[in-house]
Design a binder for this molecule. Structure first.
Ligand SMILES: [Zn+2]
Length: 320
């Protein structure tokens, strides 16, 4: 059976409070499967299908048959009143999403304006609001075999591009999502032909300083080799690049970097260890009230390698 269609009767929906989340509906059941994983079951009459994970957006997409959410449409019979509430919830989530984009854009504009004004104050030039988002090539263009190849450098003296004769100097990451609504951002592209561009360099300086100040990072971060590496990588990526999200950074990238570092550390410690021996040492540290013990190893090829960081919270709780 397919879902009932909405009959447009608004009185029914008025009787029920709106859903704040799909989980608030009694037609879905969250539970833990035998293997310990989280699953949910659709309890619409005639469905009872089970799905892995706990994603409320998918629950709603299942009921509403939303395309592109990687979930099958519910084949049960959905009550008209429920269907109306699901649509209301979906709409309110869409509004929230749009509000967030608006807020993010507003914040991006404020950051850009503030930094442009600081640059102007430092250089004595009028504020150049377009500098941080200047692009060399139009965003809409025919694809060429060089798409994705580095074409421009971030600052005036960066690597010469491959795709264009102009070793231009200004580029940024993709502009904020709805930045297009503010026309001045996408003004005439600026090409500096490799000439030094003090405004662009100062804009970069201010952007770095502002980032460090607002996140409370160490002032020396700007000279950290890993930060310099970020700047160098930024010169080589296309303007369509989007930075990884927090889940990717805390997921695949963390796992991969951890594994790589551990393998290298252990290899360095083991090399010539039979001849020269190994030392194990450590110290304690408190990070945001978490008592930690660092275990380090030292060998002839590795003066200091972190082997483990042990969280002693449980030990302290026992009072031992
Ligand atoms: Zn279902």
């Amino acid at each position: 059976m397919s879902n009932n269609s909405e009959n447009g009767d608004g009185d029914l929906a008025a009787e029920m409070p709106p859903l704040l989340e799909a989980w608030d509906c009694n037609k879905v059941e969250r539970r833990t499967a035998a293997d310990g994983s989280s699953v949910w079951n659709c309890r619409q009459p005639g469905c009872n299908k089970e799905f892995k994970g706990l994603n409320s957006t998918k629950v709603l997409a299942h009921w509403l048959g939303t395309k592109g959410k990687s979930i099958a449409k519910c084949k049960g019979t959905i009550d008209l009143l429920d269907l109306r509430r699901y649509k209301q919830l979906h709409n309110s989530k869409e509004v929230t999403k749009i509000d967030k984009v608006k807020k993010d854009t507003q914040m991006a504009m404020e950051i850009q304006d503030t930094q442009a004004e600081v640059v102007a104050s430092l250089t004595g030039h009028p504020p150049d609001y377009s500098t941080p988002n200047s692009i060399v090539l139009p965003t809409r263009r025919r694809k060429s075999p060089t798409d994705g190849m580095p074409i421009i450098s971030l600052l005036g003296n960066g690597p010469v591009g491959f795709a264009s004769a102009a070793s231009a100097s200004t580029i940024t990451m993709s502009p904020p999502l709805s930045a297009a609504k503010k026309p001045r951002i996408f003004g005439q592209p600026k090409i500096f032909s490799g000439a030094p561009n003090p405004q662009a360099e100062k804009a970069m300086d201010v952007a770095i300083a502002d980032l460090i100040h607002s996140r409370g990072d160490s002032f020396s971060l700007s000279n950290c080799p890993k930060f310099v590496r970020v700047l160098n990588c930024a010169k080589m990526i296309p303007s369509t690049y989007k930075p990884p999200g927090r889940n990717e950074i805390g997921g695949q990238y963390l796992d991969e970097l951890y594994e790589n570092t551990m393998v290298k550390t252990k290899t360095a410690l083991r090399t010539d260890s039979e001849l020269c021996g190994l030392s194990v040492f450590g110290d304690g540290a408190t990070m945001k009230n978490s008592p930690l013990v660092n275990v380090l190893g030292a060998g002839v090829n590795c003066p200091s390698g972190v082997l483990d960081i042990i969280d002693c919270t449980g030990h302290c709780e026992k009072g031992a």
